[in-house]
Design a protein around this ligand. Structure first.
Ligand SMILES: [Zn+2]
Length: 271
């Protein structure tokens, strides 16, 4: 029998791209890298005539090369490994989808404690506002750190680009329970996106700021001062949510002394 190369139909190709969201299963499984990649569809059993969707996986160009050319048992990526990482990726994506639908994502968000790497500005003459930035591996959350601000924000593509071009990795990393903070804020405040700024001047956390990033992206900001008041900076038709001391207490409790530890790290780096 000769192996016939069967071209993957356009339909199954599209299905696979959607299923994987163009995330490479090996980048995800081996490096916790969830970014979109330029890649190709690979055959897991290396049999090009078997284009069953269960036999296919989206891989970045490097990993596709590495998988296809792996001959040595010790270095090669095993089929079982690849299938495991692919399936993990698919279930991650399923939950990821849910995060966008407001209610279903809460359970998942509670579990999400993410690892952040700290970056420092590489050009001393830079006019950027934040000398320090931290981001998680998936690059969907960023933390900005200035003298008296500790802000958790959603990380868009412009932020990723600016981190790449203006900051260098300090080698310091830490964990932040993004999920539980976010889900509590969502439950209580009904916002789609948020910022949390801790004012850490005098080593005291006294303000939490959050912003609405709605579809129009006009980013309106609200402040909670020790849960006393909710002050809209730019208010028009936006509904005001009840100021809630419990939110502040919860966030402070969840993050604990993280912002303060963070500022100590930064002081050391500056010395
Ligand atoms: Zn890859």
């Amino acid at each position: 029998m000769t192996l016939k190369r069967v071209k993957i139909s356009e339909d199954s190709e599209a299905d696979l791209l959607i299923k994987s969201r163009r995330r490479c299963a090996l980048c995800f499984g081996l490096e916790n890298d969830f970014r979109e990649k330029k890649g190709q569809i690979a055959h897991i059993d290396k049999n090009r005539s078997n284009s069953d969707i269960n036999n296919l996986v989206f891989l970045c160009l490097d990993h596709h090369d590495r998988y296809d050319s792996s001959t040595s048992q010790s270095k090669g990526i095993k089929k079982k490994e690849l299938i495991k990482y692919r399936d993990d990726l698919y279930s991650y994506i399923k939950k990821w989808g849910k995060v966008n639908s407001f209610n279903d994502g809460l359970d998942y968000l509670d579990e999400l404690i993410d690892k952040f790497s700290l970056y420092a500005i590489s050009d001393e003459n830079s006019t950027l506002d934040f000398p320090f930035v931290a981001k998680n591996a998936a690059c969907n959350h960023a933390i900005f750190i200035a003298d008296n601000i500790f802000a958790i924000d959603r990380c868009g593509s412009s932020i990723s680009e600016s981190i790449k071009s203006s900051y260098q990795n300090t080698g310091i990393s830490f964990f932040v329970p993004i999920g539980s903070i976010k889900s509590t804020l969502k439950q209580r405040l009904k916002v789609k996106d948020f910022y949390i700024n801790f004012d850490i001047s005098n080593e005291e956390i006294h303000q939490i700021e959050f912003g609405l990033n709605d579809e129009e992206g006009d980013g309106r900001f609200y402040f909670i001062d020790r849960g006393v008041n909710l002050i809209p900076e730019k208010s028009d038709s936006i509904e005001l949510y009840i100021s809630d001391k419990k939110i502040v207490d919860y966030v402070l409790e969840t993050l604990g002394s993280l912002p303060l530890n963070f500022s100590n790290h930064i002081k050391q780096l500056n010395q």
